[in-house]
Write a protein that binds this ligand. Sequence first.
Ligand code: NAD
Length: 478
Amino acid sequence: IPVEEFDLVIFGGTGDLARRKILPGLFRRFLSGQMPKGARIIGAARADMNSDGYRQMIRDAIAEFGGDEASETDCIERFLAQLHYIPVDAKGDGGWRELHALIRFKVINAFYFSVAPSLFGDLAECLHRFNIADESSRVVVEKPFGRDLTTAKELNATLAEHFDEGQIYRIDHYLGKETVQNLMAVRFGNVLFEPLWNNHYVDHIQITVAETVGVGGRGAYYDTSGAMRDMVQNHMMQLLCLIAMEAPSVFGADAVRDEKLKVIRALQGIEPHHIVRGQYAATDDVPSYRDDAENSKSHTESFIALRCEIANWRWAGVPFYLRTGKKLKARTSEIAVVFKDLGHSIFPGDEKRHRNILTIQLQPNEGMQLQVTIKEPGPGGMRLIDVPLDMTFADALGPEADDVPDAYERLIMDVIRGDQTLFMRGDEVEAAWAWTDPLIEGWQARGDVPKVYDQGSAGPEDAMMMLHREGRRWREIK
Ligand code: NAD
C-alpha cells in the first residue's frame, strides 16, 4: 500500500549510514510499490555537488549495498529521478534558502538527522529560522541518543525547543525488525502464552546479542562507548521491555511506550558480582580489543553479561540475563524464555530435567522455536526427550517472507505514516540512562578491569560462572 506523498530531507545524505542503509532501503520500498510517484528524497550535506552528482553517488551506493534488486536498472533510473541534492551547512546560512525553495509545504515533510548528534541543535534551529519546518513536520534522529542521562536530557531539551514530542522519531533499528514486532503478536495475539508469562511459570529469561565482528575501524569511537552504552542501554533494553511489559490497552504509540517505560523504571540496580565485562584477546596475528581501540590501557568492555531483576508483581524473583559481545563464536540474536521444571514427574526412571523453552530468534533466520517434551519413539518404554517445535518464518511464510522490509525501510515508512509506536520516546531514553549511569559509575569507581576472553568463544569464564552459581546455564551461541 503506497504511503502519502512526501518530501524527505536526509541531512547527512552523503554519509555512511545514508549510503549503506537509508537510501538502499528507500529503493527497496520503491521497488515494492510503496513509494508514491510524487515522493521526493532530498539529500542535504556539506559536500558541494548537484543533484546529478548525488544521483550517481546513490546509484553506486545501491549497487554496493542494495542487494540483488539493484540489478533492475530501468527501475533505478526512475527512483533516482525522485532524488535531489542541496549543499547545506548546519553551522552557517549556506543552502537553507535553496532548501526552503525546494520543499513543498502541502505534502508530508520529514527531516532525517543522519549526522553527528552535536549538530541536532543547529539543524533544528536552522529549520525554524528559515521557516522550513512547522508543527506538522517530523524529525528522525539516530543513535547514540546521548552518552549518559545528562547528555540525553540536553538533546531532548534541544529538540523540544523546536519540536513537540509527537514530531520526534528516535530510531532504534532493533524495533524495526520483523521478529521483534512478532514478539508482541505472539504475546498479545495468542491465548497460549500470556497466562504463563510470569514468575509462577517462568524460571528465567536470557537475551543474547552476539557478534563475530570486532570493533575494527570504529575502534577509537567504540572505546569511548563500550557494550553497555552501545548495545544494552538501547537495543537490549528495548527487547527486555517488549518481553516484560504488561499488555497495552491498544497497539498504539503512547499505550505501548507507557508500558515499556514502566518496565525500565522497575529495573533494579545490579550488584557488582552480577556484572561481567570482557575484552577480546589477541589470537595469533589477529589483534586484541586494545589493539583495535588503539588504547593499550583501555578498560572499555567489548562484552558484557548482566543479571537484572524487574521489581513488579509479574516478575519479582525472575532473573533476566543479558549478554552481548564482539568477536564471539557466532552471530546470533535471540531471546529465550525458560519455563520452570515440572514439580513432579509421573514417569518412573525419568530423572532428566525437562523444560519448555520458547526461543525467539532475531537474526540470522528470524523465527521461533518451542522446546517440548515427548516420548522417545520405539519400544523402550516411557522415555522422554525434548524436541523443538520449529517455525522459521522463511519456511512458514514462503515467498512472502522475502518481501519483509528490513528494519530501516519499515521505520522510515512509519515516519511518513506518522506512527511512533516503534520509536523511543524521550522519557524512555532518559529512564534507560538513569538505570545505566550508576552501573557504569559503579565499575569506574571500583576500578574494575574487564576480563580477557578468547576470540571465537562465548565470552569470559566469569559470565558462565554467574549462571552456574545459580544452577543455570547460558544457551549455546551457535
Ligand atoms: P558520516 O560521518 O559518514 O556522515 C556524516 C554526514 O554529515 C555527511 O553527510 C556530512 O556531509 C554531514 N555533515 C557533517 N557536518 C555537517 C554540517 N556542518 N552541515 C551539514 N552536514 C554536515 O556519519 P554516519 O556514519 O553516516 O552517521 C550519521 C549518524 O548516524 C551519526 O549520528 C551516527 O552516530 C549514526 N549512526 C550511524 C551508523 C552507521 O552504521 N554509520 C549506525 C547507527 C547510527
